[in-house]
Design a protein around this ligand. Structure first.
Ligand SMILES: Cc1ncc(COP(=O)(O)O)c(C=O)c1O
Length: 265
């Protein structure tokens, strides 16, 4: 159903969203999605949504593999940016049929560095709010379909994530991932991996990847993609890795999502 013209989510990005993988009515990583939504509700001081109504959505998504998109906004009202004293939350959802880019799990992907730098804003860091213009600008930087994703650094040059995925690498015998305390989205699959394997959260620049034995991108819908080639923003190759699909990281993540563990499955 359409949103009214004065909806604050539409006007200001004043709201949150989640995209959830659902298989035959069963959501994957549901607790993690609801935990991130709850954290977003607190950060934005939104009224408490009806989480029980959300729990009933996956079963209504239909058979097969689906992506459930749930959007929550502060609704209408207030004066300009000033929110209404007692907002009435508005929410919408859709479910679409979905096929993951399965070749990328095992062949790996080519990725580039984006020119765009993410602004540092700790109060919005981690949550999946609706104001995603930085991601839109970054994704506009390339049109070549051979490039699967773009890496994003913050305005001080620290690695953060990709335009719609998180980033993990293996270096000096440990799995590392960028700290997401100042910007970026804390992915639900990343949070699950933090529970499943020992992850080290680090403040690191792009040069750290030179020391990495393997690098992966991940999200809760596509699973884990090994990076095989990294280009700079002009398309010059910076680095190559053998695609590392036989890692405990991909095994754990794909176990969580019900995706294959090796190319023959
Ligand atoms: C900017 C950004 N970072 C990270 C993620 C990964 O989040 P999740 O694992 O919950 O899908 C997403 C998901 O779309 C995203 O848009």
């Amino acid at each position: 159903m359409a949103l009214p013209f004065d909806d604050r989510g539409l006007a200001y990005g004043d709201g949150l969203f989640e995209t959830v993988l659902v298989r035959d009515g069963q959501p994957l990583l549901w607790e993690y999605h609801m935990a991130r939504l709850r954290q977003g509700v607190e950060r934005l001081s939104l009224p408490l949504p009806d989480f029980e109504a959300f729990d009933r959505l996956p079963a209504q998504c239909g058979p097969g593999l689906r992506v459930l998109k749930l959007m929550v906004t502060r609704g209408s009202g207030g004066r300009g940016y000033r929110p209404p004293g007692s907002a009435e939350l508005r929410w919408r959802w859709t479910a679409s049929a979905f096929q993951p880019a399965s070749r990328r799990w095992f062949e790996g992907v080519d990725v580039r560095c984006c020119e765009l730098r993410l602004g540092i804003q700790p109060r919005l860091a981690g949550i999946k709010h609706l104001a995603r213009l930085e991601n839109v600008l970054a994704r506009q930087e390339w049109q070549d379909d051979a490039i699967a994703e773009g890496l994003l650094c913050d305005s001080e040059g620290h690695l953060v994530e990709a335009t719609a995925m998180n980033l993990i690498w293996y270096r000096q015998g440990r799995f590392e991932t960028p700290l997401l305390d100042r910007c970026g989205v804390k992915g639900t699959l990343l949070s699950a991996m933090n529970d499943d394997i020992e992850l080290h959260w680090v403040r690191a620049g792009l040069e750290t990847l030179h020391q990495a034995d393997a690098v992966w991108l991940l999200n809760s819908v596509q699973g884990v993609w090994p990076i095989r080639r990294l280009d700079d923003a002009s398309g010059k190759c910076l680095q190559r890795w053998p695609p590392a699909f036989d890692s405990p990281l991909q095994q754990m993540a794909h176990g969580r999502l019900g995706y294959p563990l090796n190319p023959d499955d």
